[in-house]
Write a protein of this length. Structure first.
Length: 340
């Protein structure tokens, strides 16, 4: 018999619910994005995000159930993101998930949001088998992780300051181009020249797997500021293209170094920035030369969604790694932490 898992995700500014069969088949996948609401502030406002989650969560779950053609009594378990993320936002999804699991008397499975981003890959690529190196790049995180087995994560390095996606968002904010910055940058960068401006590549050759993007961000902002002060034309497309290239260079270099050190033949990309076509293209080109395969989720599963939560939940459900109903939301939650 197959298992249907309801996934719930409210860690940031997307209210999402999805039903996934046996960890692989998406039966329904509903995402209510708050992008339009946060756009005018140039980033996510936590208080507004939690209030909107309260408004959307029940309709979104209802829609996921409706579109699946299944009944609530058909569910085997409920998987929900419990961290890391905005605490007020996480609490909304977690409280609803607890109530539903309790009422239906089915297991509740707390999911680490970063782990869910990794599992988004399995919804598309059955063939991924550990060990592999995963680059998790999103609005809140930039981490390189070695995955020996599912559930066994070794953090190789992470950002010391801003996350990669966060910097995309800040640069487009400074340029008054809107939010989120990643897709806007990607679109405009295609028409610019990536080698036209020499922006720094922080920590590129420091030998670690850590990242630092705040220096790059400052360099780009100062570059824009100086042009503005001198009343010069701002070459937006060249700036974005050169900035994007600097980010991609660092991400690709460090990921390739990790995969060579850990002698695996697979790289997995995860998180919102994994939607970036320039990153995908460059890492694939370089990995191909080394006979290394690169996987990434389809774009709609790179950014926050609940199908990835349901997928991660299925594998934990099968191993009886259920959570207690007293599980708490956690704003900072490393991948290694045991939570069952
Ligand atoms: O994974 P995600 O939806 O949320 C977090 O867990 O943070 O990632 C959102 C981030 C945003 O910073 C957004 O600008 C970035 O992913 N992003 C991209 C692209 N699409 C989304 N960054 C670069 N290129 C893209 N195409
Ligand atoms: Zn995310």
């Amino acid at each position: 018999m197959s298992d249907l898992i309801l996934g719930i995700e409210t860690s940031c500014d997307e209210t999402a619910a999805a039903i996934v069969e046996d960890g692989k088949k998406i039966i329904s996948n509903v995402v209510a994005s708050q992008i339009n609401i946060h756009q005018k502030y140039g980033g996510v406002v936590p208080e507004i995000a939690s209030r909107k989650h309260m408004e959307y969560i029940i309709p979104v779950i209802d829609k996921a159930l409706d579109e699946s053609g299944k009944k609530i009594t058909d569910l085997s378990a409920i998987a929900v993101t419990y961290g890391p993320g905005l605490i007020g936002s996480l609490l909304v999804g977690l409280s609803v998930a607890k109530a539903m699991a309790y009422a239906q008397n089915i297991p509740l499975i707390g999911i680490n949001h970063l782990e869910a981003h990794i599992y988004a890959n399995l919804l598309e690529h059955n063939e991924i088998k550990p060990p592999f190196v995963c680059l998790i790049v999103s609005g809140g995180h930039t981490s390189l992780v070695y995955i020996r087995n599912f559930g066994e994560y070794k953090l190789l390095g992470q950002t010391k300051d801003d996350a990669a996606g966060e910097v995309f968002d800040k640069i487009t904010k400074v340029l008054d181009l809107g939010y989120p910055g990643g897709p806007i940058t990607e679109r405009l960068a295609k028409e610019g020249e990536p080698s036209s401006i020499k922006f720094p590549r922080p920590l590129l050759n420091d030998g670690s797997y850590d990242f630092s993007f705040s220096g790059l961000k400052t360099a780009v902002i100062y570059y824009i500021k100086e042009l503005k002060e001198k009343n010069k034309i701002i070459p937006v497309k060249d700036i974005l293209s050169s900035f994007q290239q600097a980010v991609v260079d660092v991400l690709v270099e460090k990921t390739l170094r990790a995969v060579l050190e850990f002698k695996t033949k697979q790289i997995v990309l995860a998180g919102g920035v994994a939607a970036n076509s320039s990153l995908r293209k460059e890492i694939k080109e370089k990995a191909n030369l080394l006979n290394i395969k690169v996987f990434h989720p389809p774009t709609f599963l790179c950014t926050d969604n609940a199908a990835m939560v349901a997928s991660a939940g299925y594998y934990k459900f099968k191993e009886n790694k259920n959570s207690s109903l007293s599980i708490d939301a956690v704003s900072r939650l490393p991948l290694e932490r045991k939570y069952y």
